[in-house]
Design a binder for this molecule. Structure first.
Ligand code: BG6
Length: 310
């Protein structure tokens, strides 16, 4: 039996069991299905995560929006592996615990091979023993997410994945992204590698699906200036993925509102294998690896008053 601090509670809406956080530093909602964060509202500010009004929530589905956890592979893995982005976002996780202090609150969820059914799609491709812990911490300014994988088996564990964060940016045409100009990237839309640019600010004006390489595989920070707010995003991962489906692709997706591309962008902390086809991380027995993403609201936003209806 887990004892929860008073700012954390279980709820059972129609969309499935959720962990709700309501603390003086802010609120959040995490579905056990996929350990999927679907809301983060820092105190005094509006919703920071974009959620699809057409999302599915049922068994086996991938929730559209929030922060999908892609694991054990990103995209189609080493080649046409189904399901896209692995199985972790499609299965139910366990709540491991939660703790709070005056300044922050943390929730930890877990998944290992014993939580999977024999017929979990994709499991036959990747039949390893593993332990996953997803730790979510809210402070007055930050959302910190850490996905920690441990090799609990006795053979090498190949790992890929991502924290596939959907940001609610207001108007995509008013949004600018800083911090990607000096990185090389693989552009999945054109299927080509792109060199760094001279433009410090990136505007999204068409379907965008880019895998940016972090120099030396080190952590990288990007600033997203949305219509009404600014978020600093720090990715402790080997790559940052930027995605907006734009109009045609959005209309073709059944779980995406036709005009949903107008007010979202995905900025993902990723361990992909797009360019090389190689697993980016291989863990020896007992070894661990973490992918961490930290979102920080801008100081101007913190001083601003909450907008009506947000
Ligand atoms: C991005 C990929 O990370 O996720 C895109 O780079 C993909 O190629 C997008 O379309 C959404 O994936 P899904 O499986 O959630 O529709």
């Amino acid at each position: 039996m887990i004892t929860l601090p008073h700012s954390v509670r279980f709820a059972h809406p129609e969309t499935g069991p959720v962990v709700e956080v309501d603390h003086q530093v802010g609120s959040a909602r995490i579905h056990l299905h996929g350990a999927h964060l679907t809301s983060w509202r820092p105190c005094g500010l509006g919703e920071q995560l974009w959620m699809s009004s057409a999302s599915e929530f049922g068994p086996g589905a991938a929730i559209r929006g929030g922060v999908p956890i892609c694991f054990p592979w990103f995209a189609m893995g080493p080649g046409d592996w189904e399901p896209q982005h692995g199985f972790a976002r499609r299965v139910r996780w366990r709540l491991l615990g939660a703790r709070q202090s005056r300044d922050e609150v943390t929730v930890v969820l877990a998944l290992d091979e014993r939580d999977l059914a024999a017929d979990t799609p994709g499991r036959d491709r990747w039949p390893y023993r593993f332990g996953l812990e997803f730790e979510v911490t809210l402070t007055a300014t930050d959302l910190r997410m850490s996905l920690l994988v441990t090799n609990t088996g006795d053979e090498d564990l190949p790992v890929s994945g991502a924290l596939h964060t959907y940001l609610a940016i207001g108007d995509i045409t008013a949004t600018r992204i800083e911090g990607l100009d000096d990185l090389t990237c693989f552009d999945k839309v054109s299927g080509t590698a792109l060199a760094p640019t001279e433009e410090p600010e990136l505007a999204i004006t068409a379907q965008t699906d880019r895998v940016y390489v972090h120099p030396d595989g080190a952590a990288h920070q990007v600033t997203v200036r949305g219509q009404h707010s600014t978020l600093r995003v720090r990715n402790e991962s080997s790559h940052t993925v930027l995605w907006n489906p734009w109009q045609d692709k959005a209309e073709a997706m059944g779980d995406f509102p036709d005009d949903g591309w107008r007010d979202m962008v995905c900025l993902e902390a990723a361990l992909p294998m797009e360019a090389s086809g190689e697993w980016p991380v291989t863990l020896q027995p007992g070894a661990q690896h973490a992918v961490v993403q930290q979102l920080r609201v801008g100081s101007d936003d913190r001083r601003a008053r909450i907008r009506p209806g947000s």
